[in-house]
Design a protein around this ligand. Structure first.
Ligand code: AMP
Ligand code: MG
Length: 338
């Protein structure tokens, strides 16, 4: 199958709509990462997403809709705070998990009784969703376990030949996936950290928990248990204070003829002078925005990525650390471990 990359225009969106309504897959830009979409009401179409990505069959998909779409048609909105959160953060990088009305097919929710819903802010995503008028279920448009894509080229690198169309809407500036929030209980609970932080949610909803992901949890987010976001080369992770050991690993690898590269925040660069560096940026938002692109650049340029954890904690750093810890193994004396 030939894979086209087209800028988002009236014509390309009309083609994308035709493909989606015909049961095919379309990759599209959002403000977090690129999504791989299918008609959420068509079980056979949704199965193609799992096949194209090699995605585990127990990991449900997020339904994406246009701001004008009445989400009450898809889910039961039972808690008032969810309406306030919708008002405050949608459209945007927040996904809320409700009980489903069953309009979105069982293949997309892996047979479960809940549905995750998101309203993207990206103009290209909205143009597609407005035209399609259906819930478009979509995971990130990468091969399962690989780094999430933030450009059309990243999607092409992973899925060329497997999907007919990638809509190109430029680089996703959010850079990490949406916050996934369970809103079925009296207090909202973060299932996956992201750009909408616990502090931001608590300010609107009054309170916000963070899921411990225990085996008995009622609403589970199967995605959290898998290794994900992994570059194709060895990737070592060091804590922010551990720069001397990180530099020593770099120098040893270089002496052995390998091509190492350091990934670190701007403030840590001086400690790796004279070495190849990919700069993640200064603020938590900048680091989130650059992280996946940096990991993809690292695997292209090097055969060993040495990632230095940023020093900041809380807020958007929770989302950054969650991604980095799954992408890269902690380097301990004598080898890798988690
Ligand atoms: P991605 O794999 O990048 O598409 O991210 C989707 C995330 O949302 C994964 O972590 C899923 O496990 C989670 N998710 C999707 N639907 C649900 C749901 N109904 N309940 C809980 N988590 C969900
Ligand atoms: Mg993903």
């Amino acid at each position: 199958m030939e894979t086209k990359i087209l800028p988002v225009t009236d014509e390309s969106v009309a083609l994308a709509k035709e493909i989606l309504l015909g049961g095919g897959l379309v990759a599209f830009p959002t403000e977090t990462v690129y999504g791989l979409g299918a008609d959420g009401t068509n079980g056979d179409a949704v199965k193609k997403i799992y096949e194209a990505k090699g995605r585990p069959a127990d990991n449900p998909l997020i339904a994406h809709v246009h701001p004008d779409f009445d989400i009450g048609k898809l889910v039961y909105v039972e808690n008032d705070y969810a309406l306030r959160l919708k008002e405050a953060f949608m459209p945007g990088p927040l996904t809320m998990v409700f009980y489903s009305r069953g309009v979105v097919c069982k293949e997309a929710v892996c047979g479960g009784d809940t549905l995750a819903v998101r309203i993207p802010r990206h103009a290209g995503a909205q143009k597609l969703l407005r035209a399609a008028k259906i819930p478009v279920v979509a995971p990130s448009a990468n091969v399962s376990k690989h780094v999430s894509p933030v450009t059309a080229q990243h999607v092409f690198d992973d899925l060329a030949g497997k999907i007919p169309l990638i809509l190109d809407g430029g680089k996703s500036d959010g850079g990490i996936e949406s916050t996934v929030l369970d809103v079925t209980e009296k207090v909202p609970r973060i299932l996956r950290a992201g750009l909408i932080t616990r502090e931001m949610i608590a300010a609107v909803a009054g309170d916000c928990e963070i899921a411990a992901h225990l085996p008995g949890d009622k609403i589970r987010s199967p995605g959290v248990k898998y290794r994900r976001y992994m570059p194709r080369c060895k990737t070592a992770r060091f804590c922010a204070e551990d720069t001397a050991r990180a530099a020593a690993l770099y120098d040893r690898a270089a002496e052995e003829g390998k091509k190492p590269v350091i990934l670190c925040e701007s403030g840590a660069k001086a400690r790796f002078a004279g070495r190849e560096i990919i700069d993640l940026g200064g603020s938590g938002e900048e680091i989130a925005s650059n992280l996946f692109a940096a990991l993809r650049e690292g695997e292209r340029r090097a055969d060993l990525i040495i990632a230095i954890e940023p020093a900041g904690r809380g807020g958007v750093y929770d989302g950054v650390m969650n991604r980095l810890c799954k992408a890269a193994e902690k380097y301990e004396e004598g080898g890798f471990s988690h």
